[in-house]
Design a protein around this ligand. Structure first.
Ligand code: LLP
Length: 392
């Protein structure tokens, strides 16, 4: 992502801004398609990770489906080339209008998160005179071994149907006359780096399927959600090991030949494909600490403030010896830091700073707090011409 020609071009950009490496994105998408095709696994990109329209158009061009959590996400994915037949819709609090929207758009499946919601979808489907495909999102009570704010599959989390309600549903399965109970859905958390966690998930799904079989119920599809983590410490050019990830499911998940297996990766598809560029405004010394104030804040990237996430930060303008900095933004909040005690080349006002691995949950979670204007976006494909001119 960084060569001298490119850094020279970066120097002219108005900061803070996002720079997308579309070439890396293409290679990442190619890698997951290739790995998924081996087992005929279906991929639905989790739109919430990055809903930038240019990025969505690239992703949909790989014939990947979409995982949405609001009617607006469904609308955006349809506008950006995702096929309705490959869209799934989850969300713990869908409104009636959103459910009706999803039904009217004939999407692949609504992932239902509670007993009460199942009854609501059934009645709305009856009113609209439709049979609607749903998957039951079960809360499997599995520890994803990740930050508590991105853990979703424990009993204490709000997501999914508790096991006791699954029993109520299966006992009353014939009452849902306007629903096709087509699948099981799970999503236990995000930024999961221990693949054993997914093996535990498979074991739990196997148990649930055994229970369903004992009730003579079979589902056509199993959706195991997303969650595969990325390497924030050594990010440059990294494509996640999709093959190893999918193999865990191939080896551990019991399915019959008529069942399809679906995945909802978000972060792992887009995370490494963007950097946030910023400039140093001031460097101030406070006792023994040096604090670098940059022109990006948590309004552009909230992950460090919200999840204590550590993104690699580098100074693109300086080759001097390393010093230790606290890196902070300009927002009037004490939590507006990108990192503390970061080793970086000696930095001064005007230096260009890159915060790496910001393609997932970066731009999409930005806000206008302090009345900040949205960061600009640039794409490597638009840089190629200019780079060639400089090289010539
Ligand atoms: N499916 C469902 C139902 C989800 O809730 C999520 C993410 C995904 C798939 C995609 O998960 P991924 O592959 O991206 O891990 N803002 C947080 C992450 C929140 C994830 C929410 N759900 C962060 O910046 O770490």
């Amino acid at each position: 992502m960084f060569n001298n020609t490119r850094i020279a071009l970066f120097e002219h950009l108005k900061t803070p801004c996002y720079f997308y490496d579309t070439d890396l994105l293409h290679r990442t998408l190619f890698a997951i398609k290739e790995a998924a095709n081996l087992y005929n696994y279906k991929i639905h990109y989790a739109i919430k990770a990055n809903a930038n329209e240019n990025i969505l158009r690239i992703i949909s061009s790989y014939e990947i489906g979409a995982d949405c959590v609001s009617a607006y996400e469904i609308e955006r994915s349809l506008n950006c080339g995702f096929k309705p037949s490959k869209i799934v819709f989850a969300g713990v609090g869908k409104t009636d209008d959103e459910i009706k929207y999803a039904i009217n758009k004939d999407i692949y499946c609504i992932n239902c998160e509670s007993l009460e919601e199942l009854n609501v979808i059934n009645s709305l489907a009856r009113i609209l005179k439709k049979k609607v495909r749903v998957a039951l999102r079960i809360n499997p009570n599995i520890n994803a071994e990740t930050h508590e704010n991105i853990t979703t599959g424990l009993d204490t989390n709000k997501f999914g149907i508790p096991y006791k309600d699954l029993i109520v549903i299966t006992d009353n399965i014939h009452n849902y006359s306007n629903l096709i109970i087509d699948g099981l859905h799970f999503h236990i958390g995000s930024q999961i780096t221990n693949l054993n966690v997914f093996r535990n998930l498979c074991n739990k799904i196997n148990e649930i399927q055994e229970y369903l079989n004992s009730k003579h119920i079979t589902v056509n599809h199993i959706n195991v959600g997303g969650g595969l983590g990325i390497d924030y410490k050594k990010p440059e050019g990294q494509i996640p090991d999709f093959q190893a990830y999918l193999e865990v499911f191939k080896k551990n998940l019991n399915t019959d030949e008529n069942q399809s297996v679906h995945f909802e990766p978000g972060r792992s598809l887009v995370g490494q494909s963007a950097i946030l560029l910023s400039k140093v405004l001031f460097v101030k010394e406070n006792g023994s600490r040096k604090t670098m104030i940059i022109d990006a804040g948590f309004t552009e990237l909230i992950r460090p403030a919200l999840y204590q996430a550590e993104h690699k930060i580098i100074n693109l303008s300086s080759n001097e010896a390393y010093e230790t900095y606290d890196v902070a933004g300009p927002i009037c909040e004490t939590s507006d830091y990108f990192g503390r005690s970061i080793q970086m080349s000696k930095s001064k006002r005007g230096d260009l700073i890159a915060i790496l691995s910001t393609g997932a949950y970066g731009e999409v979670m930005s806000s206008q707090y302090n009345l900040r204007t949205p960061a600009l976006k640039y794409y490597s494909k638009d840089f190629e011409l200019a780079e060639n001119e400089i090289l010539l």
